[in-house]
Design a protein around this ligand. Sequence first.
Ligand code: GDP
Ligand code: MG
Length: 450
Amino acid sequence: MLEKLSSVLKKTTDKIANAIFLDKNLVDSIVKDLQRALIEADVHVPLVLVLTQKIKKAALDERIKGLEKKEHIVKLLHDELLGILGEKREISLQKHNVFLMLGLYGQGKTTTISKLASYYAKRGTKVCAIGLDVYRPAASEQLKQLCDKLNIPAFIDSKEKDPKKIWKKYEKELEKYSLVLVDTAGRDSLNEALLKEIKDILKLTKPTETLLVMSADVGQTAKKQAEAFKALNISGVIITKMDSTAKAGGALTACAEVKAPVVFIGTGEKPADLEAFDPEAFLGRLLGMGDLKSLMEKIQSVVHKDDIEKTQKRLEQGKFTLKDLQSQLESMESLGSMDSLLSMIPGLGKAKIPNEAMVAQQEKIKRWKHAIKSMTEEEIENPKILEEETSRIQRIAKGSGTTTSEIRALIKQYKMLKEMITSQSQISPDKMDQKTMMKLAKKFGRKMKL
Ligand code: GDP
Ligand code: MG
């Protein structure tokens, strides 16, 4: 169900959680991915644009910083998505209930009756079904077969062509059931004939719930359908075939747009493939998290608290190894991060860094990373030995396809960063944020030669 959208949403929250800086480039790429995925899932374009604009605005809001900003954006994403999924509406059963199924041909009305029958029977409700689809000869047989399998009584009369007569025939019998599921005939479109027939059936059956059954693959046309059927006072929508389309975002959000609450979703052809629609839980699944709280916890936990604490401990003991440098380099790898890092350095702040210089910088970092990979554990832990035994530098350069001067530049960079970081005696783990980095960068700004 909406696997692709789900995977992009999960990636998006991961990206936000893992980002050191939510700089413009990162935000742009996140917003682009989101837009593409939502539009591919068939969410109405104006809704997508509003959502992504809000995220962009919040991300670039200078007043909110660090972790708070991440939480703010993820909460915003969560809330906006929830908004376009619509309100939750739970059907509550009364003493005697009649659910009338409405919808066009092939949308899943009859199948959904078997699902609802199974759903409510499992919860102890005395259920039966009645077939009022008199147009397709096989329709009532289909209903009967499906219900037989579930041991649910299905009242049909395949010879009778007048739905009213069928209803009258079984009316007394139906009163013995707590829930009566009424199957009706569809058409290719909601034409006059169907409208009249539905109005008659409404009068006759006096449903407690009038449910529009709509297939998820109709996408955006769901809005038109829902709007048209709203004139019949539908109380809820059941969206079927959620399992067989990537475009289910269209039907779901379109219903919310016209304020027709989705009450159930169908996720397959079997009787058990039905779930009550809970926007919050549904969204939680899409985001790969149970609820907003757990999502927030995820954001807080991936700030590398562990890593920061470990680094912190090592730093307190005066240890800062090339491994630490490597992870620094990794986090600086995207051009965007580099840009924001450089923008913190006095003097460089306003300067526009030429694109080639940025690309060259990236290339340099990549090569440094290769070089570190060619080092032994001992060298990584204690880079001093590299300066003491220069043959090591030659070996590493050869092994990693770099030059000895590059390795020397790397060592220089490492020493500079080590001095910078260890001089900051009290870096509390959760304070290692933009502000701290900024301070550090300012202090050592002139020396930073990235
Ligand atoms: P009706 O004309 O509205 O009564 O539609 P039916 O109930 O006869 O369903 C039409 C087709 O859609 C049938 O082949 C069903 O098996 C299929 N169908 C219904 N609901 C679902 C669903 O949730 N998932 C999938 N994959 N197929 C479904
Ligand atoms: Mg049918």
